[in-house]
Design a binder for this molecule. Structure first.
Ligand SMILES: Cc1cc2nc3c(=O)[nH]c(=O)nc-3n(C[C@H](O)[C@H](O)[C@H](O)COP(=O)(O)O)c2cc1C
Length: 278
C-alpha cells in the first residue's frame, strides 16, 4: 500500500479505515505494513483524494446502491434451478460469475479460494460416474444391519437417517441424471485443506456467484452430493481434478434455465435467540 503525499489532504480517513491499525496519524504507515497489510483496500476506498494505491486492488465506481426492496426481491426469487437448456454457458457469463465470486469477503482477505470450471462433457460424465459409484458403495454399507448405529457414531442426525437411504437409492437410479440434472457446466469452489476459515470463504464466493447468476439469468443448484463424495472418495476428488491439499467445499451445477419459477417464496424465519432470552 502506498500513499501519494502530494495528493493526500491529511484528512486521516485511511487511519480510521485500516482494520489492522497499520496507518498512524499523519498519515504514516507502520514499518510492519508490508508484512501485515491485508491488501483489503479499505484505505483506498476511504480516501477522498485518490491518494492511495494497493497492490492487486483495482477501482470501480462506488455505485448508487440497491434498494432494500430490490435486494429482498432478488433473494426471494432465487431458486435452485435444476432444469437447463442444452445451450452451453457462454464464456463471458462464466467470467462474470467468477468476477462476482471474487467480490466475496474472505478471512484476513486471504482469498485462497480456487474455482474449478467444468464444461467438458467427458469430464462431467466421468465425475457423474465416479460420484454415483461412490453412493452405490455407500448404499451397500447403508444396507448392513446396524447401519443406524454407524450413523449415530458418525453424528448423522436421526432425522436424516431415512433421507440418506432415499438419497443413495435415488442417486443410483439408472434413468435420467438425478445427480447433475443434465448440467453441461459445473463449478467447484475449494479451500486449502486445514484452513478452517477457508470453508466459509468458499461458501461466500459460491453464493456471490449464485446471486449474480440470477441477474443473467443463469439457473444454479448447489450439489452437496458431489462435494460430500469428493470428501469421502479420492476417485471423485480426482475426477474433479482437485489436489489432495484442497477441500472441495461447494459444487454448483448451472445452465440457462429451461423453466423459471412463477412465484417468489417467503420462507419461515430462522430460529433466532434475542439477547439470550431463548
Ligand atoms: C449445501 C447445499 C447442498 C445442496 N445439495 C443439493 C444437491 O446435491 N442436489 C440438489 O438437487 N439440490 C441441492 N441443494 C439445493 C437445496 O435442495 C435447496 O437449496 C433447498 O431445497 C431450498 O430450495 P431453494 O434453493 O430453491 O430455495 C443444496 C443446497 C445447499 C445449500
Amino acid at each position: 500500500m502506498t500513499i501519494d503525499h502530494i495528493r493526500c489532504t491529511r484528512c486521516q480517513a485511511c487511519v480510521a479505515a485500516c482494520p489492522e491499525r497499520l496507518i498512524g496519524a499523519g498519515p504514516v504507515t507502520d514499518p510492519d505494513l508490508a508484512t501485515y497489510c491485508l491488501r483489503c483496500g479499505h484505505c483506498l476506498a476511504a480516501c477522498p483524494a485518490g491518494a492511495i494505491a494497493v497492490e492487486g486492488v483495482g477501482e470501480a465506481p462506488a455505485g448508487a446502491g440497491v434498494s432494500s426492496a430490490a435486494l429482498l426481491a432478488l433473494l426471494r426469487a432465487r431458486r435452485s434451478g435444476r432444469q437447463y437448456t442444452n445451450e452451453p454457458v457462454a464464456r463471458e457469463h462464466l467470467r462474470a460469475l467468477l468476477d462476482a465470486a471474487a467480490t466475496a469477503p474472505s478471512a484476513k482477505n486471504f482469498r485462497a479460494v480456487k474455482v474449478y470450471v467444468y464444461t467438458d462433457a467427458a469430464t462431467i460424465t466421468a465425475l457423474r460416474a465416479a460420484t454415483v459409484a461412490c453412493y452405490r458403495r455407500l448404499r451397500g454399507l447403508l444396507r448392513l444391519p446396524g447401519h443406524r448405529v454407524l450413523y449415530r457414531l458418525l453424528g448423522v442426525p436421526a432425522a436424516l437417517h431415512e433421507k440418506l437411504d432415499h438419497d443413495a437409492r435415488f442417486l443410483t437410479a439408472t434413468d435420467g441424471d438425478p445427480l447433475l440434472h443434465g448440467a453441461r457446466t459445473l463449478l467447484a469452489f475449494t479451500a486449502p485443506r486445514g484452513w478452517a476459515q477457508g470453508v466459509g470463504d468458499a461458501w461466500l464466493a459460491a453464493h456471490s456467484a449464485v446471486l449474480y447468476a440470477e441477474t443473467i439469468p443463469l439457473a444454479t443448484c448447489y450439489n452437496g452430493f458431489v462435494a460430500q463424495a469428493a470428501g469421502m472418495d479420492g476417485r471423485v476428488r480426482r475426477a474433479l481434478g482437485v489436489p489432495a491439499r484442497e477441500t472441495t467445499v461447494a459444487v454448483l451445477t448451472l445452465g440457462y434455465p429451461a423453466a423459471r419459477p412463477h412465484r417468489a417464496l417467503v420462507r419461515e424465519g430462522l430460529a433466532a435467540a434475542w439477547d439470550l432470552e431463548g
